[in-house]
Design a protein around this ligand. Sequence first.
Ligand code: ZN
Length: 256
Amino acid sequence: MWSPKGVAALDLACGSVEILAELVRRNGPAVVLTGAGVSTESGLPDFRSPGTGLWESIDPVEHLSAKALRRRPAEFWRLFAVAFAAGLGARPNVGHLALARLEAAGHVRSVVTQNIDGLHQAAGSRRVLEVHGSLRTASCRRCGLVVPLKEALDQLGRQEVPECTCGGTLRPDVVLFEDPMPPVFETAWREAASAGLLLVVGSSLTVWPAAGLAEVAPRLAIINRDATPYDNRAEVVLRAGSGQTLTELVRCLGVG
Ligand code: ZN
């Protein structure tokens, strides 16, 4: 553990997580911001990780943008299915379950997530703000009808571009490159700004505007395997995996 504010470094046992637990006790319920690091423990790829990222072989801004969907819908859907189909079959891991437990015990007020896999809800989290959308649904660009995303992907076996019954092109309900942020982001911003504690888990805090939430939060704690640009603003930084650390936090708070 490394703390820029002078908290003594300890091994990652309950000892170091206890400092985080104390922050939560004093300043909670916390608002939690989760990123790809929480989902990778469910076997999902982090597309931005060096060496493993799909984004190294294709340019997402070019191929998975709102503009690409308009101009080259068949290519868009082919790449989208390759990139995100795994997310539909993933299951929550111990980190997701720990956050749901912390919410049920009153230590977490809401989960703001950059992930689109729906695993927080699957684990039992109730107040989840999905600032990058979700893989649950797709909607018609012409009439707005919402259908399960699986239905759109199933159509790909028969045709190149999934279509609504009205003939309009379907689009996944995720925030694409070049898309504006959805209205729920404003709610997330208010949550972070008014939180007694923003607990960032598994996010490198490099993707804007979600990373801006770390900037408006009055008090910050970070659990992430790698350094983030906001480590020097945090009260506690735990350089560790999310599942083990959150499970330990549940135990330290006595709600396991
Ligand atoms: Zn339609």
